[in-house]
Design a protein around this ligand. Structure first.
Ligand code: PLP
Length: 389
């Protein structure tokens, strides 16, 4: 058999799905596993959005749509970004895709090639590194450290920029650390992007899941929307992970290349789902407050609980729904501890290194689970780690 293309060896993955299948294998043997590995809200999609989708199906919105996304939705997205980022947005620059994730793929394919460099957060969402590598460009990690509350170190960022740097990826609030960039950080990053003529991919999918007020978006700064791919979605905000719908506002000259990639891959986003997204944006927003209020309570249960376990220390994440505790004092690798917890305690979580090499010494635990399950997970972890040799 002939070999697969060489570039496939550069493609990474998201290990959450692999851990999920390991956990399911244990469950098939009758072991009760507490799932803290997958990054999705455990709430139901709000009823008004569900109803809007059903109505759209009944009304025949079941055919292909414009590849860029239907105009009424793009109009609403443009209005939403204008209102929340205080910047004028032409709907012609809004693109809708099945999930926000494809924008990482499309940005890498449209912008990067061999000889380019792209800076990305590490630990960070693994698809950034995977897609930069896949494009043939050099992936340059900017470490996020606990000492800085998992914000990036601006001086270090400056030192990583070279004449070959083309793109900086930002994610605030951040997966997996829960770190949130300060407005002052974002302003300096914008200055650096202007000075060195860089693009910015700003992944803002956790914008609402932020416990100390709304994070500051780089798109709010003068001229930045002309060099920023502002990527956002419905998955986290409206508990719509399975619907697969997201969007971005992109520089005008990237619209055609990205739409070209859509035409060549998925053609368009499901039409009735786009109709339901209009309802998500213009309908009642109280479900977001209910969800975030509950996440905040769970964060307290999780962080306080983790800090009672000898050998574990956890700072309080500022955003998203993940705890990122240090397990360095346990004297084993993060991979080992994550495996141990799954097999000995029936607690599925991810190793920090699933998010890059600077995640060594940490675990990622999603607290998108009931408070009772979180308490039970802590109890099991404490018990099994006491037996760690
Ligand atoms: N960006 C980050 C940082 C994420 O954590 C995720 C999902 O976990 C995504 C993007 C993908 O979101 P979507 O479901 O909209 O594709």
């Amino acid at each position: 058999m002939k070999q697969t293309a060489q570039r496939m060896s550069r493609l990474g993955t998201e290990t959450a799905f692999r851990v999920l299948s390991k956990a399911q294998a244990l469950e098939s043997k009758g072991i009760k596993v507490i799932h803290l590995e997958i990054g999705e809200p455990d709430f139901n999609t709000p009823e008004n959005i569900n109803k809007a989708a059903c109505k759209a199906i009944d009304n025949g919105f079941t055919h292909y749509s414009n590849s860029q996304g239907i105009l009424p939705l793009r109009n609403q997205i443009a209005k939403y970004i204008e209102k929340t980022r205080d910047v004028s947005v032409d709907p012609a620059r809004v693109i809708v895709t099945p999930g926000a994730k494809p924008f990482i793929f499309f940005t890498a394919l449209a912008l990067l090639e061999e000889g380019d460099e792209a800076i990305y957060p590490n630990p960070g969402f693994p698809i950034y590194e995977s897609m930069i590598n896949y494009s043939g460009a050099k992936a340059v990690p900017i470490p996020l450290r606990e000492e800085l509350d998992f914000r990036l170190d601006i001086e270090e960022l400056k030192s990583l920029i070279t004449p070959r740097t083309k793109l900086i990826i930002l994610n605030s609030p951040e997966n997996p650390t829960g770190g949130v960039l300060e407005e002052s950080d974002v302003r300096i990053i914008a200055d650096l992007a202007r000075e060195h003529d860089l693009y910015v991919l700003s992944d803002e999918v956790y914008e609402y899941i932020s416990y100390n007020g709304k994070p500051f978006s780089i798109a709010s700064l003068p001229g930045m929307l002309d060099r920023t791919i502002l990527m956002n979605g419905f998955s986290k905000t409206y508990a719509m992970t399975g619907w697969r719908v997201g969007y971005a506002v992109v520089p005008q000259h990237l619209v055609d290349p990205i739409v070209g990639l859509i035409v060549n891959s998925v053609s368009c986003t499901a039409t009735f789902i786009q109709q339901a997204c209009i309802e998500a944006l213009i309908g009642p927003q109280d479900s977001i407050i209910t969800m975030v209020t509950e996440f905040e309570k769970r964060r307290a249960v999780m962080v306080e609980g983790l800090n009672t376990i000898p050998g574990i220390s956890c700072c309080s994440p500022k955003g998203a729904f993940y705890a990122f505790p240090s397990v360095k004092s346990l004297g084993k690798s993060s991979d080992y501890i994550a495996d141990y917890l799954l097999n000995k305690a029936g607690v599925a979580c991810l190793s920090g290194t699933d998010f890059g090499k600077y995640g060594e010494g940490y675990l990622r635990l999603s607290y998108a689970n009931s408070q009772d399950n979180l308490r039970e997970a802590i109890r099991r972890m404490k018990k099994s780690l006491a037996e760690l040799t």
